[in-house]
Design a binder for this molecule. Sequence first.
Ligand SMILES: CC(C)(COP(=O)(O)OP(=O)(O)OC[C@H]1O[C@@H](n2cnc3c(N)ncnc32)[C@H](O)[C@@H]1OP(=O)(O)O)[C@@H](O)C(=O)NCCC(=O)NCCS
Length: 174
Amino acid sequence: MSCSLRAATVTDLDALCHLESICFDGDRFTRRQLAYLLARANAYTLVAYATPGNEVVGYATLLFRRNSRVTRLYSFCVAPQTRGGGVGRALLEALEREARRRDMTRLQLEVRADNRVALGLYRRMGFSVLRWLDDYYVDGCAAWQMSKLLSDSTLEECSTISSDAVGKRARGSC
Ligand SMILES: CC(C)(COP(=O)(O)OP(=O)(O)OC[C@H]1O[C@@H](n2cnc3c(N)ncnc32)[C@H](O)[C@@H]1OP(=O)(O)O)[C@@H](O)C(=O)NCCC(=O)NCCS
């Protein structure tokens, strides 16, 4: 099996709901939030799909904020049976290219402090720690806020994009 990437559309809603249900423990986007992300939010979502078959096996979303050149990795997951094959890295690299194409200067994210796989991936991809966020998730888990500089622009702005656009997500982001 190999995987390809494409921009998500509203027809991927069922697949994204399914991925949320198998990739996260309890703390998930609702169908309504995902529909908003796909259709209306200032967001860009990529899906990874298997070939042959076209089954959606992962997705990742960037959130943009008006008048800001900082973009936020808002959600990111790969189906358990597909992990470890480079799909996650491919999704992130493609989102980075899209962010650069839109002249974003920084990519920012939050990740659970106990998520060793994601932390390792982000570090190896050049993200560095901005700050520790105590008691960030609903279960009390802390987060690392991380960021990657995408350009040397002096116009670069360092700020956090809030999740207000789609309603507060209990697990923060990612
Ligand atoms: C994080 C996640 C998206 C990574 O997806 P993936 O397709 O497995 O990622 P990749 O195959 O590209 O692997 C990324 C790196 O992690 C390593 N890795 C993957 N699974 C691993 C594991 N179980 N243990 C240790 N390292 C692992 C890979 O070797 C790879 O290393 P490299 O970058 O040096 O090549 C996936 O594990 C996932 O969906 N997790 C649950 C949801 C989640 O935590 N999302 C992120 C929230 S911030």
